[in-house]
Write a protein that binds this ligand. Structure first.
Ligand SMILES: Cc1cc2nc3c(=O)[nH]c(=O)nc-3n(C[C@H](O)[C@H](O)[C@H](O)COP(=O)(O)OP(=O)(O)OC[C@H]3O[C@@H](n4cnc5c(N)ncnc54)[C@H](O)[C@@H]3O)c2cc1C
Length: 387
């Protein structure tokens, strides 16, 4: 069945021609090149090795950045691109988010001219892959407690510690590693092959199986002075990167939700039980309408978020609201779709079970649902419920 996107409030009218063009280009790419291969990769637990270069050819990597070979898309076009990728699989969108928002963005925002020249054009083409190491085994929601340290040694640094749950870690040519230097968090570029740096992939995931997730280990790892990202200063630097990525997730999660809704609607119109298609039962219609309503609210939030970002007025708390809402509804939509497909919903012949499993990670990474709730709670009450 061809994919039919949700647009109940005719939000297409609010997009520019260029934004529609980007969306339609990636919609075609996803239909023709990604949908046919995704279930196989999810089942095998593999990431398509050709995907980085293909995304690079299409201008999807670091697409929201200007200069250094990046496409320089506006926020809404970038959001629509993320939405289309995640309509196929959250793992593919995660790869693009990490590469663009968590690796290219910090190099672009905090790097020296030499670091930008060395990495950004190759990363935009998908010839070099990056990962972002913030989370540690004992510090997830509270990264400020991190134990990884970089100690000054002559003209360079010695890095010790470890990171866990790092997207693309095992395939990355360079890792952005956040470590404490004399107690202050700074960012470093650590290249694959540096003595004392190793990675190990995490096996047995139920979720994001078409994405590589790894541990990074640093043992007396010597870094030159120019491995430091000079503009990084404290926890606010990685948080700024996460803000960029969460913007993309707010759009991306809608893609997964729309795929599940589309699948459920078609299925319910065709599946006959008792005397009629199950779409003709009131209980089923109630669920389909609820999904439509949730997605439409999410679309309004995402579009407004994009326009605020365009105007330079977007606050991190507004991104928290969008991430929290849109991932929550996407997870609920995926679960309802799974329910409406009955037994078929638990096989990978259909998409909703895969999206449901993937969205569990999206709900947890880039700030858990709880943490975004606390950020918003603090914003509206003025009282912090966490440090
Ligand atoms: C597939 C995948 C890919 C990932 N990719 C990356 C990556 O590329 N780079 C990276 O750095 N990290 C990555 N992560 C890590 C992710 O960001 C963390 O898992 C996340 O921040 C949560 O940390 P945690 O798992 O340690 O959970 P914890 O922080 O231990 O939280 C466990 C539970 O406690 C709750 N909790 C914690 N503190 C509070 C509080 N104060 N109040 C109320 N509830 C609280 C949480 O909400 C959660 O429900 C990835 C994770 C996954 C699953």
């Amino acid at each position: 069945m061809p994919y039919r996107a949700v647009d109940y409030l005719a939000l297409d009218d609010q997009l520019t021609d260029d934004e529609r063009l980007v969306r339609d280009t990636f919609r075609r790419f996803v239909d023709e090149e990604l949908m046919p291969i995704v279930a196989g990769h999810f089942r095998a637990g593999t990431f398509p090795p050709w995907l980085p270069r293909r995304l690079g050819e299409l201008g999807a990597l670091g697409a929201h950045l200007k200069g250094c070979g990046c496409a320089g898309l506006g926020p809404v076009a970038y959001g629509l691109l993320m939405q289309e990728l995640e309509r196929c699989d959250s793992g593919f969108r995660s790869f693009a988010s990490v590469q663009g928002s968590l690796v290219m963005y910090p190099i672009w925002a905090f790097g020296s001219e030499a670091q930008k020249e060395r990495w950004l054009p190759r990363m935009a083409r998908g010839e070099a892959i990056g990962c972002f190491g913030l989370t540690e085994p004992d510090f997830g929601s509270n990264p400020s407690g991190m134990r990884t340290t970089a100690v000054r040694d002559g003209r360079g640094f010695v890095l010790n510690g470890g990171k866990r749950w790092i997207t693309s870690g095992g395939i990355a040519d360079v890792a952005i590693v956040w470590a404490k230097v004399d107690g202050e968090i700074r960012g470093f570029l650590v290249e694959r092959g540096t003595p004392g740096y190793s990675t190990r992939d995490i096996e047995g995931k139920f979720s994001l199986r078409a994405s590589v997730t790894s541990e990074l280990v640093f043992e007396e790892c010597r870094l030159p002075e120019d491995a430091l990202l000079p503009g990084t200063k404290g926890l606010r630097s990685p948080l700024q990167c996460l803000g960029e990525a969460r913007f993309g997730i707010s759009w991306g999660a809608l893609g997964a939700a729309m795929a599940c809704y589309d699948e459920a609607l078609s299925y319910c119109k065709e599946r006959v039980q008792f005397s009629r298609p199950i779409a003709g039962y009131q209980l089923v219609q109630d669920k389909l309408v609820g999904m439509l309503e949730d997605i439409t609210c999410g679309q309004l939030i995402a579009l407004r978020l994009g326009r605020l970002k365009e105007q330079g007025k977007l606050r991190p708390q507004q991104v928290s609201l969008a991430k929290r809402h849109n991932v929550r509804i996407a997870l609920a939509v995926a679960r309802t779709a799974r329910e409406l497909l009955g037994a078929n919903g638990v096989t990978d012949e259909y998409q909703c079970g895969r999206h449901l499993c993937n969205l569990e990670s999206v709900y947890t990474y880039e700030g858990t649902d709880h943490i975004h709730t606390l950020v918003l709670g603090q914003d509206i009450t003025g009282i912090g419920a966490f440090e």
